[in-house]
Write a protein of this length. Structure first.
Length: 220
C-alpha cells in the first residue's frame, strides 16, 4: 500500500488550475517555493479560462528586463499595461452568466484594482483569497532556501514545475487526480473542459466547489 507524504512543495501560481488546489487540500503541510528562479511558460504569470470558443489564456505581462532565471520575488508585472483591466474584462465576459459570478465579483475585482509591485505578492494574495472563497484552511509556509531536489525527504512530495500549460489537460501522469465533472457555462459548445483555472470551478459551482475538489482527489 502506497503511503502519501504529509507535506508538499509547489511554486506559486496565478489563478492556478483545479489540480493545484486539490494538492493544497490533500496535504497537512503546504510549502510554497519562494527562493527559486522565474521560469517562462508556466502558470506563475498565467491562467486558463473557458470562453464560448474554447480555452483562453490570460497572461500577466512582465516589466522589461531579464526575467528568466531572475529570483522569483524580484519579478515585476508591467503595470504600464492595462493587463488588470483586460483580465477582469475577460473573466467577466467568460463568466458573467455563471451562477456565482455576482456572488464573488466584488472580491475578485479588489484583486484587480490593487497595484502590485511584485508578481509573487500578487499571486500570493490571489491564492489566499481563492482559498478563503473555497473555505480551505490552508496556512502555507515558505521554503526560504532553494533546493534542486528533495528526493532524500521521503515525507515530502516535490510538485514544483509538474503542473504547466503543457501538462494540465492530460492528467494521466498524476494518479492522485481525476477531475470531477461540474456544470460549465459553455459546456454545450465546448463539452466539458477539465482542469481549467480554479476560477471556472468557483464561479460555476460556488459553495459546492470544495465538494468537487474533494471528489477529484484519488486517495493512494
Amino acid at each position: 500500500m502506497t503511503v502519501q507524504p504529509e507535506s508538499i512543495i509547489l511554486e506559486i501560481q496565478y489563478f492556478a488550475p483545479v489540480q493545484y488546489y486539490c494538492k493544497l487540500l490533500s496535504f497537512e503541510k503546504v510549502i510554497i517555493e519562494d527562493s527559486e528562479h522565474y521560469s517562462k511558460g508556466s502558470f506563475r504569470n498565467r491562467c486558463i479560462i473557458a470562453m464560448s470558443n474554447g480555452v483562453h489564456g490570460l497572461s500577466i505581462p512582465l516589466a522589461s528586463g531579464k526575467n528568466q532565471q531572475a529570483d522569483i520575488r524580484d519579478v515585476r508585472p508591467d503595470n504600464g499595461q492595462p493587463w488588470q483591466k483586460n483580465h477582469f474584462r475577460s473573466i467577466r465576459t467568460a463568466y458573467g452568466s455563471a451562477p456565482f459570478f455576482e456572488h464573488y465579483e466584488d472580491r475578485l475585482l479588489r484583486l484587480f484594482e490593487k497595484k502590485y509591485e511584485f508578481l509573487f505578492d500578487l499571486c500570493l494574495d490571489v491564492q489566499s483569497e481563492i482559498c478563503s472563497m473555497l473555505k480551505l484552511k490552508i496556512e502555507p509556509v515558505f521554503s526560504n532556501e532553494y533546493k534542486k531536489s528533495y528526493a532524500e525527504e521521503k515525507n515530502l512530495l516535490d510538485f514544483r514545475n509538474k503542473l504547466s500549460p503543457k501538462s494540465c489537460f492530460d492528467q494521466s501522469w498524476d494518479a492522485n487526480f481525476l477531475p470531477a465533472r461540474y456544470s460549465q457555462v459553455f459546456e454545450d459548445k465546448n463539452a466539458f473542459l477539465s482542469n481549467l483555472s480554479v476560477l471556472d470551478l468557483l464561479l460555476c459551482a460556488g459553495p459546492e466547489a470544495k465538494y468537487y475538489l474533494n471528489k477529484s482527489i484519488v486517495k493512494p
